[in-house]
Design a binder for this molecule. Structure first.
Ligand code: UDX
Ligand code: UDX
Length: 486
């Protein structure tokens, strides 16, 4: 059997590498229009940083795993074609800001139909709005040259940073297809691939629409937990409760569970916001405005959390950060990845730059080029302009040297065990630390002399008045506490 995957990104690359390792008799080819990405997959410097991925790729590459720019050839040779191209949120026209841009997916379908030399199974791997399979089917059949195409949905649930473990031992694999005899046969073919290493009871089969919707729903539910806990972190700061204690105690209820309850400066990543906006768009399309409003609020709270973090920094630092050096520790959207898509760091840096701060950034895996590209896109500033205000440093010590404050945005483990005495000695005083992930050793840092502010933790000095600007109203944390107390 031959498998081809169009799109050698964070999803396509690792997923196909795992299939190749687990199924040595299947030839797996990953194709991409981006030649430099393919060259990187063929080198020792993979374009995606994932713990354990190098090993997986090394085991299969050149044996039954190939990376190539020959898209047409890949399609022709394949029995099963995965479509794993990016589906960003539309930035133009109808649905701008919420609908998924399906241009890449439709182009893939047209290409498959144009060059196919036999019947094919086409698998949607990219996250797509519900009923996209129907559009794919129509495009393929209208251009089919007499060949038959079965469309399956097989959404990816891997999380970056743990992709290899998630692929090796997934909670479930979901395959959606048609209930027709040919649809069922196609599903069985894909079930048989995964069943080589995934226990059969974890390979679920559903109809196509359920499978497509499940991907959006799973991400929306996960993001909702984070926004729930983040919204409550503000209440903790106001009342003197501690969000980590509250989340731990609440999560002990087996019906709630402990995962995805870690308060943070805000969730990021290529999926959560995009998928929720997609869900919101779908709900509005079907006239379900209340449902749309409900889910939209998950994204609104996330935006608010990021703003709140920066506002707290500014107020704490005597209401001005103009000209002050701020060390930003972490730029990736979470630890153990070099991915910066929708990272909270981008919004935080944009807000700091708008206040005329000087920003010194360190991330163990994100390149300086990526930082400047992301900030240029977010601020509209030129690279030259940015370079006069932003530096990308080689380590946390260089970033914090001469800084008025440090802010942890990504929860890299290495940040927990920095030499904080050394950092304190090199910083301006008072030395402020803003922990956007609640990972630093707060007590130790306070004993060294830092003024530490953390998410959802009691304020360092009781009675400090912190005002949060919400979308419409100004409310103060202390007033909220007073109302509660009365
Ligand atoms: C992508 C989608 O963003 C996500 O919604 C989906 O769940 C899986 O696929 P990811 O792999 O993280 O996720 O995207 P990205 O790293 O951007 O990779 C997509 C690749 O497709 C890129 O390398 C791009 O060059 C390639 N591509 C895009 C093609 O080969 N052909 C195209 O027509 C368009
Ligand atoms: C997510 C889904 O988990 C995965 O199943 C899907 O296939 C793709 O989208 P990913 O975006 O890679 O995966 O990372 P995830 O671990 O879900 O984290 C998303 C964001 O939420 C990160 O910014 C992370 O730091 C943040 N987060 C996560 C929190 O702030 N608190 C938490 O408790 C968990």
């Amino acid at each position: 059997m031959n498998i081809c995957c169009i799109g050698a990104g964070y999803v396509g690359g690792p997923t196909m590498a795992m299939i190749a390792v687990k199924c040595p008799d299947i030839r797996v080819t990953v194709v991409d229009v981006n030649a430099s990405r393919i060259a990187a997959w063929n080198s020792d410097n993979l374009p995606v940083y994932e713990p354990g991925l190098d090993d997986v790729v090394r085991q299969a590459r050149g044996r039954n795993l190939f990376f190539s720019t020959e898209v047409d050839e890949g399609i022709r040779q394949a029995d099963i074609i995965f479509v794993s191209v990016n589906t960003p949120t539309k930035s133009y026209g109808i649905g701008a800001g919420s609908a998924a841009d399906l241009t890449n997916v439709e182009l893939c379908a047209r290409r498959i139909a144009a060059v196919a030399n036999g019947d094919k199974i086409v698998v949607e791997k990219s996250t797509l709005p519900v009923r996209t399979a129907e559009s794919l089917r129509r495009v393929l059949h209208a251009n089919s040259n007499g060949y038959k195409f079965e469309i399956l949905s097989n959404p990816e649930f891997l999380a970056e940073g743990t992709a290899v473990a998630d692929l090796e031992s997934p909670d479930r694999v979901l395959i959606g297809g048609d209930g027709t005899p040919t649809g069922l046969a196609a599903m069985q073919k894909l079930v048989d691939v995964y069943a080589r290493w995934v226990p059969r009871e974890r390979v679920l089969t559903t109809n196509v629409w359920s499978s497509e919707l499940t991907k959006l729903v799973a991400n929306a539910l996960l993001a909702q937990r984070i926004s729930s806990v983040n919204s409550l972190s503000a209440l903790c700061e106001a009342t003197g409760a501690d969000i980590d204690e509250v989340a731990f105690a609440a999560g002990k209820d087996s019906r709630i569970g402990p995962k995805f309850l870690k308060a943070s400066v805000g969730f990021g990543g290529s999926c959560f916001q995009k998928d929720i906006m997609n869900l919101v768009y779908l709900c509005r399309h079907y006239g379900l405005d209340e449902v749309a409003d409900y889910w939209q609020q998950v994204v609104a709270v996330n935006d608010w959390q990021k703003q709140r973090f920066v506002q707290r920094m500014i107020r704490t630092m005597f209401n001005t950060i103009a000209g002050k050096r701020i060390a930003v520790l972490g730029f990736a959207f979470k630890k153990d990845t070099n991915d910066t898509r929708e990272s909270a760091a981008i919004d935080v840096c944009r807000a700091l730059l708008a206040e005329h701060a000087k920003v010194a950034i360190f991330d163990p895996k994100v390149s300086a080029d990526e930082v400047f590209t992301d900030l240029a896109a977010a601020t509209g500033m030129s690279r030259v302009e940015l370079e006069s205000r932003v530096t990308v440093e080689a380590n946390a010590y260089a970033a914090t040297e001469g800084a008025h404050a440090l802010a942890v945005i990504t929860e890299w483990d290495a940040f927990k065990s920095l030499d904080f005495s050394r950092i304190y000695a090199s910083m301006n005083k008072p030395a402020f630390a803003f922990d956007g992930r609640n990972i630093l050793p707060h007590d130790t840092m306070r004993s060294i002399g830092f003024e530490v502010h953390a998410i959802g933790k009691p304020l360092p000095e009781p009675g400090v008045k912190v005002t949060y600007v919400t979308r419409q109203v100004e409310s103060t944390a202390l007033e909220a506490a007073a109302v509660l107390a009365s």
